[in-house]
Design a protein around this ligand. Structure first.
Ligand SMILES: Cc1cc2nc3c(=O)[nH]c(=O)nc-3n(C[C@H](O)[C@H](O)[C@H](O)COP(=O)(O)O)c2cc1C
Length: 340
């Protein structure tokens, strides 16, 4: 991965410094770009909240060959990890690769490693064009995310992106905070309970599942359950929609407590290693999404770079499970976290 990161640093010059730890300090305020909004606090809070969690190490147990496999929402995964939806190579990553090549590397590279690739959405049509082509090339093995567009656009895009056969539709409801989209004359908005229910019915009628991304409170999680949504992603959009949000690792336990068993729970924000994956699972998530490091892997190494990154994460997760006594993902719970 060192060569991949070196190449990415050259190719993303002026947009991403590919720091030793991707923590949102160097790129604070760089949106467009790879940073977090304004002070970058929400991005940094994701990283510091995870770093504050510590693990109970033990080597006295029977868990010799930990299993990281998971079946979730129609996907049989080698590790409980997805590539977060990220779009806009030209304006966020310095046009270092075509949108098509980028999203193909993410979707196919994720699948090759046993993970799942998600695709993003935006105003320029090439973002969704690239997403559709990449998902088609993998016969729908991936999750397309659409923004909560007002009116017909949401449904038109949903229909188009489910056509390759994707089992899940994602909507990043927190994109309601992206005022830039509204300024570009393409309004997004918060979703009322009725709108969420209608969307869930539409997706279910098509025989698919609905995942919403951008849940940060127990109240919003309960609303998602009541509307019939199948999965939530606890996320602050990598700190790109609202400054001064807590880190997702801070809010995850209460959300998991409130809705566990009623809806699938995923999380993203600041996850960088297999140890971070383990911590998020211990805090209540079933699976995690990783954002910026996957972009770096794709820009620096294409499909092979993404595959190698996820294989590294799987190795780190396996090792961390071994030293916390977890034979399978089902064994991971709060008891592995150090509480003094
Ligand atoms: C450059 C960039 C573009 C993004 N585009 C999207 C998008 O189109 N749709 C979406 O749901 N989230 C988008 N996100 C948010 C990510 O999916 C994810 O929530 C976030 O990056 C996770 O944090 P991490 O990068 O610290 O892992 C974007 C993030 C970045 C950095």
């Amino acid at each position: 991965m060192n060569d991949v990161r070196k190449l990415a640093r050259e190719r993303m010059k002026g947009f991403c410094r590919v720091c030793p730890v991707c923590d949102g300090r160097a790129c604070a305020g760089e949106v467009p770009g790879m940073g977090g909004l304004v002070t970058g606090a929400s991005f940094r809070n994701n990283v510091t909240a995870l770093a504050a969690q510590r693990l109970n190490m033990t080597a006295l147990h029977d868990a010799r060959e930990p299993k990281t496999q998971l079946s979730l929402l129609g996907f049989d995964m080698e590790l409980p990890v997805l590539a977060a939806p990220i779009g806009g190579v030209s304006f966020n990553m310095g046009d270092s690769m075509s949108e098509d090549d980028y999203i193909h590397a993410v979707v196919s590279g994720s699948r090759a490693a046993g993970a799942v690739g998600c695709t993003g959405d935006g105003v320029p049509p090439f973002i969704v064009d690239g997403a559709e082509a990449a998902l088609r090339a993998e016969n729908g093995y991936g999750i397309p995310f659409v923004k909560p567009w007002e009116g017909k656009e949401l449904y038109d895009k949903a229909e188009r992106l489910l056509a390759p056969g994707c089992p899940v539709l994602g909507v990043d409801v927190d994109a309601a905070g992206l005022i830039t989209l509204r300024k570009m004359g393409r309004p997004v908005a918060p979703m009322s309970q009725k709108e969420l229910e209608d969307l869930a019915s539409f997706v279910h009628d098509a025989g698919r599942k609905l995942m919403i991304k951008g849940v940060m409170t127990t109240e919003a999680a309960r609303r998602a359950v009541d509307a019939g949504v199948d999965a939530i992603v606890v996320s602050n959009h990598g700190g790109r929609v609202l400054d001064h949000c807590p880190g997702t690792a801070e809010v995850l336990p209460a959300i998991a407590e409130a809705v566990r068993g009623h809806i699938h729970i995923l999380v993203d924000g600041g996850i960088r290693t297999g140890v971070d994956v383990l911590k998020m699972l211990a805090l209540g998530a079933e699976a995690v999404l990783i954002g910026r490091p996957v972009s770096v892997a794709a820009i620096g190494g294409g499909l092979e770079g993404v595959k190698a990154y996820f294989e590294g994460i799987k190795g780190q997760l396996t090792q961390a499970m071994l030293l916390t006594g977890c034979a399978s993902l089902g064994d991971i719970n709060e008891s592995i976290l150090y509480r003094g």
